[in-house]
Design a binder for this molecule. Structure first.
Ligand SMILES: [Ca+2]
Ligand SMILES: [Ca+2]
Length: 202
């Protein structure tokens, strides 16, 4: 009997160890009434022939009550964006947690859940740093259903195709990060869901 209890205790402790091995901070769960435009809760749009529709989906979600559902048509030469964070054109698109309240030095990665469609197309995940410089992490949609995509800060590449006019362009990822955005890249068309954006402790 003692042996059984011992093994049970070992199992419990190792399970607890696995759980605490990855500490996370929930940055955004998309638990908002999704709207676009100047008063929007999500800053999204498309141009040069590409089109996008963004809504909250309660039927397909990873955490909370809903995810972000993105119907998109990304054509050659077109662009699109689905962004949340501080300082966006959409006034109500800030994360539930303030960027300046986060101890960024304690985290090594940002992650999100993607509900893939196995389209074999690429999706860009961009972050905007404290100097307005945009950094990019690329993900291939090569699976079906939910998957956690972990983007280590040291794996982001500075965007060389476009930067905002006020970007510091110092090739340094300056914290706090203020904004993240998704962009399904051309040419592709379909439906994706995003949920549960987190920071992962070192
Ligand atoms: Ca959610
Ligand atoms: Ca910078």
């Amino acid at each position: 009997m003692k042996k059984v209890i011992f093994f049970a205790a070992v199992l419990f402790l190792s399970a607890a160890g696995i759980c605490s091995a990855e500490e996370t901070l929930l940055l955004d769960d998309f638990e908002v009434t999704v709207s676009g435009g100047a008063e929007g809760t999500v800053d999204f749009g498309a141009g040069n022939g590409s089109a996008i529709k963004v809504i909250g989906a309660t039927d397909v979600k990873n955490s909370g009550k809903q995810s972000l559902k993105v119907d998109y048509d990304a054509v050659a030469g077109g662009y699109m964006f689905i962004a949340r964070g501080s300082g966006l054109d959409a006034k109500n698109a800030a994360w539930p947690v303030k960027p300046s309240d986060i101890k960024w030095e304690e985290y090594s990665a940002i992650s999100f859940y993607l509900y893939g469609s196995d389209s074999k197309k690429m999706i860009a995940f961009d972050i905007k740093d404290n100097g307005a410089e945009i950094w990019r992490f690329l993900v291939e949609d090569n699976f079906k259903g939910w998957k956690k995509v972990v983007c280590s800060f040291d794996k982001f590449m500075v965007r060389d195709d476009w930067q905002p006019q006020d970007a510091d362009n110092n090739l340094n990822l300056d914290f706090p990060i203020k904004i993240f955005q998704f962009e399904p890249l051309p040419e592709s068309k379909g439906t994706l869901y995003f949920d549960t954006v987190e920071l992962i402790k070192k």
